[in-house]
Design a protein around this ligand. Sequence first.
Ligand code: GDP
Length: 460
Amino acid sequence: MDSLQTTSTIAAISTPVGEGGIGIVRVSGPDALAAAERVFRARSSKSIASQRSHTVRFGCIVDGDDEVDQALCTVFRAPHSYTGDDTVELSTHGGPAPLRRTLSLLLRAGARLAGPGEFTQRAFLNGRLDLSQAEAVIDSIRARSDAGLKVAVRQLEGALSARVEAARAMLLAVVAEVEASTDFPDEAPEPEPGDLIPRVAAVLAELERLLATAESGRVYREGLSCVIVGRPNVGKSSILNALLRDNRAIVTAVPGTTRDVLEETAILGGVPVRLVDTAGLRETEDVVERIGVERAQAAMSGADILLCVLDAAQALTREDELILEGAKGRPALVVLNKSDLRPFLFAMDVEVRLPGAKVLKGSAVKDGGMADVENALTAMVTAGLVSPADVTVSHVRHRRSLEVASESLRAVLKTLTEGWPLDLAAQDLQTAIHQLGEISGQTVSDRVIQEIFSRFCVGK
Ligand code: GDP
C-alpha cells in the first residue's frame, strides 16, 4: 500500500458547513499537536504539548494576536485516536466564517487539506478499523432508517470482521498443512482428507450462514424502489403524499433525481423505499408524450415494486389496460383509488386482466384511506427479510467475496472427497482466503481502497 501514505498531517472541517451551535475542525498526523498549538490559545495559557490525551480545554482560536473565535480544544494522542495518529479537534462556533478561518490557520501552520474520507482511511491504514468497518462508518452516516443504522453499527463494531477473520484463520491453518505436505513431502505427512473435509465444510457452512442475511442487509442499506404508475389524474401524486405523510425519511435528497420524475423516500417496515411518481412524465404533445411513456417504462422496468393506480370512479381505459399489461409477471400492487366516490370499477375487473395481482381499494383524500395500501406495501417490502439485528452482510462487495470464497470451498471439498491431488485443493483454498481478506482489507488492492474512500465526504 505504498501509494497510500500516512506521514503527512491532514486537516478538514468535520461538521457540515452551515450554521450550527458548534462546528469541529479536525487535524491529525505527526504534527497535529504542533499545528494546533499555533492556532489555539488556552485560557489557562497552558500549552497543547502539556495537555493529556482525551481532555478538553477552553480558549480561543488565534491568528497571531488576533482572537478569531472562542473554542474548545480536545486532544487525542496516538495511538488512541480515531485515526491512530495524534489528533486535535477544535470546536468553534458552528458558522462558515469561524470554521473556514480555523481551517486556513491550520493549513498555514503546516497541515494539508484532507481528501474525502482520509481520516477514516488513516484509521484503516493504521489498523484501527478493518475495511468492512471503515465502510460501515459511511453507512452509519448515510443510514436513512433505524434498521439501516443498526446494520451499519453492527458492522462497525466488527460483527462481520470477527466472523470473516475466524473463517479465514481456519482456512489458513488448513492450507498450511496442505502446502507443507506438497512443498516438503519428505518432512511433512500428507494430511488425511477425512481430517480436512469437516474443517473446510464447517467454514463453508459459516460462509453460507453469512450469505443468508446478505439480501436483507442489501435491502436495509440500499432500500427498494416503488414506481407509481397510472394515467393522468388517477391520484398518483396524492397517493405519494399520503404515503409520505407519516413515513418520510429523515433525508430525502437523492443524488441523480431527475426533475421530471418526482422521487421521495419513505421508511416502510424499517426499509427506505424510494417512491417514484411518474406523473411528471405526463406531457400533451405527441412526441413528448412518447418520450414520457418511454421514460415511464424505463422507470417501471427498474422498479422493485409497482404501484398501479386506477380511478375507481371510472371505467378502465385503454391506457389503464396497457399499464396492467406492463405489470404482468412483476411484483405489483393495484390501487383502486378514489374509492370514496361512487364505484365504477371493482377488483374483479382487474383480476381478470392481471391474474394473481393484489388489488386494494384506497382513497388518497380520505383520512386513513391509504392504510390498507400502506400495510400491503409494507408487507411486500419486508417479505422474507430477517431482523436487522441478525444481519451481518449488507454490501454487495462483501457478498461477492463470500460467494467466490464459498464456490472455491465447494471445489476444495470435491477435490478432497474425490481424491484428487492436494495441490489442487491448495489453490482453491488460497482463492477463498484471498476473497475473505478482501472483505477485511488484508488482500485488497490500493485501487479498491481508494475507490471505497472516495465515496466519503471530506472531514470524515
Ligand atoms: P396524478 O395526475 O395521477 O398524480 O393525480 P393527482 O394526485 O394530481 O390527483 C388528480 C386529482 O384527483 C386531484 O384533484 C386530486 O385531489 C384528486 N384525487 C386524488 N386522489 C383522490 C381520491 O382518492 N378521491 C378523490 N375524490 N379525489 C382524489
